[in-house]
Design a protein around this ligand. Structure first.
Ligand code: GLU
Length: 376
């Protein structure tokens, strides 16, 4: 499967994220699939020698730690179990990556991030700069969620979306999800014998989302097909291709290139730094509902004025990220609020001169300025 426009996936693609699922790394008896990792690391070394830059997003900490501690339900029975399992598993996991990369004279770097680290703009830029520096130093970053401190409400919970967000932070050209399933199927292949694999997805619409039924997780990691599609939305929206391919064979990247089997989600146009970050945000503080006129204006690239807003919900401060939807609840855009929610409640539906009268002085014209807004 080669994208003739970008040369993806061959070695001409400059920077790729390779995400490895738990079931590929950890055997049911708790041992690490060392031989398989060796085969992948050899591929990574060869691709680097050919000029490609690689970042690994490695799952498996919880699965590995749980087996070592003898915890039930793969360490996911309680949050405390998962956090303890992750702490034990992560140190072992990093050791394996570091050892195997060292056999090719490549230094490994461990980066553990939380959802908050990538949702906060300043911390996101910081993580982005660190990734850049590590890659520039010829190191292979091995990234995972910081599961031993991230709490339920502020977790990614799956490394698919984490990989997409890291892809965005690293300005990667492609994100490859190595999985125990070899791609997106038209229906769940375990229950529907007529399901067929979808080789290329140009646009992730409701029809494509409907193909995932959420039941396709292996039971070891936590990312089913839905989280993979969400990851594809984030990555393609940020201008990176995303591929779901099988990791159930040795040297999976080469196997994919020769078989072509997998699903490629083609990148949309690359968005600028701040807009790309906004589009990939997973948490927002509030919602504005707009009328049809404002919805049209937004689609033509204009700012959102208070007059076109019919409702606001959530508690947000100036500068917080909020969603914008039409009257039917369809999400149109996401942007930074120019007013606190308490002021927004007072000015929605009002013309600019009325806004000035309500708030006094000469307030900011837009509720969400187009420079700080991205259409979804
Ligand atoms: N971060 C989790 C771990 O290392 C894996 C999340 C996932 O299954 O995608 O165990």
């Amino acid at each position: 499967m080669t994208d003739s426009l970008t040369g993806f996936p061959p070695t001409t693609t400059r920077r790729i994220i390779v995400k490895v699922g738990s079931a590929l790394l950890v055997a049911p008896d708790g041992s690490v699939h060392r031989g398989w990792i060796e085969s992948l690391v050899a591929e990574i070394a060869a691709r680097r020698a050919a000029g490609q830059q690689i970042v690994v997003v490695s799952s498996g900490a919880i699965a590995l730690g749980a087996r070592r501690l003898g915890l039930p339900k793969g360490g996911r029975a309680t949050l405390e179990d998962a956090q303890a399992a992750a702490a034990v598993g992560q140190i072992a996991l990093s050791q394996v990556w570091a050892d195997l990369l060292a056999t090719h004279n490549i230094a490994a770097a461990q980066m553990l991030v939380t959802l908050g680290d990538l949702e906060d703009r300043r911390r996101y830029l910081n993580a982005s700069a660190t990734l850049d520096r590590l890659i520039g130093l010829g190191v292979v970053p091995v990234v995972n969620e910081n599961d031993s401190v991230a709490t339920e409400e502020i977790r990614f919970g799956d490394n698919d979306r984490l990989a997409a967000r890291i892809g965005q932070a690293a300005r990667a050209d492609a994100v490859v999800l190595l999985s125990d399933i070899d791609g997106l199927y038209t229906a769940n292949p375990h229950s529907d014998p007529d399901a067929t694999i979808v080789p290329v997805v140009e646009k992730i619409d409701a029809h494509v989302m409907g193909m995932a039924d959420g039941n396709s997780a292996s039971g070891m990691g936590s990312g089913g097909m839905i989280s993979k599609l969400q990851a594809a939305q984030i990555a393609t929206g940020a201008g990176a291709h995303l591929a779901i391919i099988s990791g159930k064979v040795d040297a999976p990247l080469g196997a994919w290139q020769s078989s072509g089997r997998g699903t490629l989600f083609r990148a949309a146009k690359r968005r600028g730094g701040r807009k790309g970050w906004l589009a990939g945000r997973l948490t927002v503080k509030g919602l504005l509902v707009v009328d049809a006129g404002a919805a049209n204006a937004l689609k033509q690239g204009r700012s959102l004025l208070p007059a076109g807003i019919t409702g606001t919900s959530g508690i947000y401060a100036r500068g917080d990220v909020i969603n914008i939807s039409d009257a039917d609840g369809v999400l149109i855009a996401r942007g930074l609020a120019q007013y606190d929610s308490s002021d927004a409640e007072r000015i929605i539906g009002k013309r600019s001169d009325e806004v000035a009268a309500v708030l006094g002085g000469s307030p900011r014209v837009a509720m969400v300025h187009r420079d700080y807004m991205v259409l979804l």
